[in-house]
Ligand binder design. Structure first.
Ligand code: GCB
Length: 607
């Protein structure tokens, strides 16, 4: 539990000052910035928008591919009347490692590029004056970073990123930065757990509040019209919501929980968040929301767009939701890292089932390192056998999972956790590692949501050693593309069905869903008869998968790869990025989107 996990809110007692905009920016390839006083200002800065990834705003290769330390700098005016409380700078993320300095003093350090952290500046701030804010960021990948990768050095000494994953290593201050003022005695955490009895009119929500002081709290629940429906006092307890309206798939309803610390002279601190009342569980080959079996239709996605890179863009985000709704989708996976909180709030409001994935991607032999594969250097490396993975990486993974659950645990849309994407689960060394992270998530998630991981094709049923830990099975499979692509596609269906039946036999009672399948498709390429990369072929591949899914009633969802085309590291397998999108990178539908839309519109959200 940390204060950073509370999304910044303006309330009767809290203030927010937006720090987004144009910052100074400079690369620091020799890592001399700290020694040379860059914390007080950058020697030769260029302008850089925040939030944004830095890569695609530049026109030269060196800058786009830059790997190493780089600095952001801005001046922050801090209102003097805020000196009677806490002042924290809240970074919604900094990718991948950040050290924050205010007026030359180091105030925070954080690793992990997709989760928030705060820097308390009380001891160093100059009130009613301009303050120096410098952030040293580093985007190097290693076996101890999530996501996993390496740094290669070119003959001239320039570093480059070698990701073990198939998306561009965008980095920088890619989400919002804000100054947050809160009272000294403040609300630091809120968790909620719903209990739904489908035959009852009321629902009970257990809550727990953490504060930094000893005063008591009250919790007031209001409905969407703003009318009070329930209240309670005490830092933990149960609230009964009469005539409850549940949060349902694609039919969301959100209550607001307002928490107040009550002092002798009135309210000391106030915070609110939206809460959807719903349960989620796995039972008898089904995923149940409020006791009803769901069928997941949706996508693997990326936070990725032209020029912005992975910089949060509310306009692109809105369009993605509109496209998903147009498709008849009801779900998505945050492949392959935690998404901006704004996305989860939108999913809460729209009633989307989110599988929330941590950035544990690339835990795999480098045969699947797309960079190495593309350049033909495929070195055979293992992962879980390494001692440093079992110690250091495991600790990083656990800390990141704690931060993820802390941040996302209240969201009704967050219905399941994905703890890894495509790890090598063929080796016995994966087993203790999996046990440690799966046990941890069960222990720290108050809602005990189902846990899973995205299984890779090289770890099929019978070879995989870790599926016992997953509450439901999630498969990434590429029959019709990486296997049996083109004319031999006819072999794909029987092979996949044989594997599926084996999973069903080995893991009876566990629902199975597909979190990836698809085909690279160049928008505008049409071929009769179809060939790989044509729009016709993408339809053919999706049709084959539809027939597979419709053969078994224990298949509970389909999420093709990917909602949109997206940027990757350059290489012989990628034409300016991955083209498996149902939509182009500028968010227009390919032919297959129309076909899939017809299929999905006809399928109900609940089975
Ligand atoms: C996968 C990965 C995903 C890739 C995809 C592909 O299995 O999980 O990150 O982009 O395959 O298109 O190769």
């Amino acid at each position: 539990m940390s204060f950073a996990s509370l999304y910044p809110r303006l309330t009767a007692t809290r203030r927010i000052q937006d720090m987004c905009g144009t910052w100074d920016f400079q690369f620091d390839p020799e890592s001399i910035g700290e020694r040379d006083g860059w914390t007080k200002g950058l020697p030769v800065p260029t302008d850089m928008p925040v939030p944004a990834s830095f890569a695609d705003v530049f026109t030269d290769k060196y800058s786009r591919e830059y790997t190493g330390d780089f600095w952001y700098f801005t001046k922050l005016f801090v209102p003097g009347e805020w000196n009677d409380g806490n002042l924290d700078i809240r970074f919604d993320s900094a990718t991948h490692h950040a050290t924050v300095f205010v007026n030359g003093f180091k105030v925070a350090e954080h690793s992990g590029g997709f989760l928030p952290f705060t820097a308390n500046i009380n001891d160093v701030v100059k009130p009613n004056a301009w303050n120096d804010v410098a952030v040293k960021v580093n985007n190097e990948l290693s076996w101890q970073t999530l996501p996993v990768g390496e740094v290669h050095t070119l003959p001239d000494g320039t570093k480059m990123s070698a990701p073990y994953f198939d998306f561009y290593n965008y980095s920088g201050l890619q989400r919002k930065v804000r100054l947050v003022y809160t009272p000294f005695e403040r609300i630091e955490d809120l968790s909620v757990v719903s209990h739904v009895d489908p035959s009852a009119k009321d629902a009970v929500v257990d809550y727990a509040v953490a504060t930094s002081g000893s005063h008591d709290v009250e919790v007031v629940v209001t409905d969407e019209s703003g009318a009070e429906v329930a209240r309670a006092t005490g830092k933990s307890g149960s609230i009964t919501i009469p005539d409850v309206r549940l949060w349902q798939l694609r039919d969301a309803y959100l209550y607001t929980f307002t928490v107040r610390i009550l002092g002798e002279d009135g309210v000391i601190d106030e915070y609110y968040d939206t809460v959807g009342v719903r349960t989620v569980e796995v039972k008898d080959n089904r995923i149940l929301v409020n006791g009803r079996p769901v069928y997941l239709k949706g996508f693997g996605r990326h936070e990725d767009s032209n020029i912005h890179g992975r910089g949060f863009d509310p306009v692109v985000n809105k369009r993605d939701f509109e496209n998903m709704k147009w498709m008849g989708a009801n779900s998505f996976r945050t492949s392959h890292y935690p998404y901006a909180e704004e996305q989860l709030y939108e999913a809460d409001r729209e009633g989307f089932f989110v599988i929330d994935e941590v950035a544990a991607v690339g835990m795999m032999k480098s045969l699947m390192n797309f960079m190495d594969a593309a350049t033909g250097t495929g070195k055979q490396k293992t992962y879980f056998e390494e001692e440093s993975v079992q110690t250091e990486t495991l600790e990083v993974h656990k800390r990141t999972l704690r931060e993820l659950v802390d941040r996302d645990k209240r969201h009704a849309s967050v219905c399941a956790w994905s703890l890894l994407n495509e790890p090598d689960t063929t080796v016995p060394e994966a087993v203790p590692y999996f046990k440690a992270i799966f046990d941890l998530v069960r222990e720290i998630d108050p809602q005990a949501r189902p846990r899973t991981y995205a299984s890779v094709m090289m770890s099929p049923a019978g070879v995989d050693k870790t599926m016992d830990f997953a509450d439901f099975i999630m498969l990434n499979r590429y029959q019709g593309w990486y296997i049996n692509g083109g004319y031999p596609i006819v072999k794909g269906k029987p092979m996949m069905k044989a594997e599926l039946e084996k999973w069903h036999e080995l893991q009876p009672g566990k629902p199975i869903m597909f979190s990836e399948y698809g085909a690279d498709t160049m928008a505008g390429v049409h071929k009769l008869p179809s060939v790989m990369w044509s729009e016709e072929y993408q339809v053919e591949v999706l049709k084959m998968w539809g027939e597979i899914f419709d053969s078994y009633d224990w298949i509970v969802g389909e999420q093709p790869w990917n909602l949109n085309d997206f940027q990757t590291t350059e290489g012989i397998m990628r034409v300016d990025g991955n083209k498996k999108g149902l939509f182009t990178r500028d968010r227009q539908p390919k032919m297959a989107a129309h076909w899939l839309r017809e299929r999905w519109i006809a399928m109900p959200d609940y089975k």
